[in-house]
Design a protein around this ligand. Structure first.
Ligand code: TXA
Ligand code: MG
Length: 349
């Protein structure tokens, strides 16, 4: 398939016409990759079963793993889901923004979009290009992350092209994703209870600010047990995996330094906090270091994680090491993506 690429700058009026042509493709059942504030998405009309099937195909994604439905305004959720007062509390506080809310679905969203479930995932993104695309298409847009199934979500136009050029009708070339990890996903259980299924920029503490009871699904921080049913189908698939094994080191910088001195060769990549690299580069002469950001700067780390994982993947290392992050605040989102990218390969030092 020939992929059309359009470059869009939201501050430039000529971009609006380009986005109208993208919206026309969505209305015609085609696939359009678009930017969001979290990661790039692979979009199609959420109400068009054929278009949605083509999303699963283009990604190589199992058809029981449901898609998020993107809307332009929080109240549009009424058309697709049975909302309640908790939905509107979340919407007031966090929408538009990097939050996805799971509720019972109305029949307006086909089962194919929902991976056969009775529930639907609703998200109102903040990115201006994404918002215009949804508005102009006058459709809810189903969109998973625009990566091939199993590789890290793309946070730049270049990484989108690596995976999707030739597989979709259009790619919108826009700026790098602002946050860099996918949205926080919560399931509404009742008026006062949420279950966190995937951590993101909106943290557990943020959610507790609007909802009394926030349970964290144990698969957020732990491995699913053999035969256990996942609350979110996405939890059961291996994710974001680099080709070389990613090994997470859990310990002080002194312990990490000691451990890595036995791994000091040119086939090793070490992802580490900036200040720790300054210490370690004195005595690790052969490894390649990748700056993760300052140890207390979780936003920079979130912004860089998938980008770095894709870059190290291209270099053909035999091993990749990274620190195990703490689970505090946005750290929980990093922790969740990193334990899965490493297939729970953690060394306690
Ligand atoms: O930031 C994001 O959420 C990005 C951008 C493009 O919006 N999208 C994204 O989609 O990350 P995806 O498909 O890569 O991840 C969605 C996750 C999957 O793990 C899926 O299993 C889960 O959401 N999910 C979707 N609908 C669900 C439902 N009804 N119940 C439980 N989990 C659901
Ligand atoms: Mg994904």
């Amino acid at each position: 398939m020939k992929t059309k690429i359009i470059k869009v700058n939201i501050n430039n009026r000529s971009s609006f016409n380009k986005l109208k042509s993208a919206a026309e493709l969505i209305r015609n059942g085609k696939l359009v990759v678009f930017p969001t504030e979290t990661v790039y998405g692979l979009g199609a009309d959420a109400t068009d079963t054929n278009a949605v099937r083509n999303i699963y195909k283009a990604k190589g994604r199992p058809s029981d793993n449901p898609l998020i439905v993107h809307i332009a305004n929080p109240q549009d959720a009424e058309k697709y889901a049975y909302t309640n007062s908790l939905y509107y509390k979340l919407a007031d506080k966090f929408m538009p923004g990097p939050l996805t809310v799971i509720m019972k679905s109305k029949s307006s969203i086909p089962k194919t979009t929902r991976g056969g479930l009775d529930t639907v995932a609703i998200r109102c993104p903040q990115n201006a290009v994404a918002r215009k695309l949804i508005e102009y298409s006058k459709r809810p847009i189903a969109a998973p992350s625009a990566n091939l199934s199993g590789s890290p979500s793309p946070t730049s136009f270049k990484h989108v092209c690596d995976d999707m050029n030739g597989r979709v009708n259009m790619i919108i070339n826009s700026s790098d994703s602002d946050f860099g990890l996918e949205s926080t996903i919560v399931k509404i259980e009742d008026e006062n209870t949420l279950t966190l299924l995937r951590p993101g920029k909106i943290t557990v503490d943020d959610l507790r600010g609007v909802c009394e009871k926030v349970n964290v699904a144990h698969a957020v921080t732990e491995e699913l047990k053999e035969g256990e049913r996942a609350l979110s189908p996405g939890m059961k698939y291996r994710h974001y995996s680099p080709k070389a094994p990613l090994i997470l080191l859990d310990g002080s910088i002194e312990k990490i330094s000691e451990y890595l001195s036995g791994e000091d060769d040119s086939h090793t990549a070490v992802i580490l906090y900036d200040e720790d690299i300054d210490i370690l580069k004195e005595h690790l002469m052969n490894v390649d270091f990748y700056n993760f950001g300052a140890s207390n700067d979780r936003l920079t780390q979130a912004h860089r994680l998938f980008y770095i994982l894709r870059e190290v993947d291209k270099k053909g290392y035999k091993k990749i090491f990274a620190p195990l992050p703490s689970q505090e605040g946005i750290g929980l989102a990093l922790y969740n993506r990193m334990i899965r990218a490493s297939a729970h390969n953690i060394i306690k030092l």
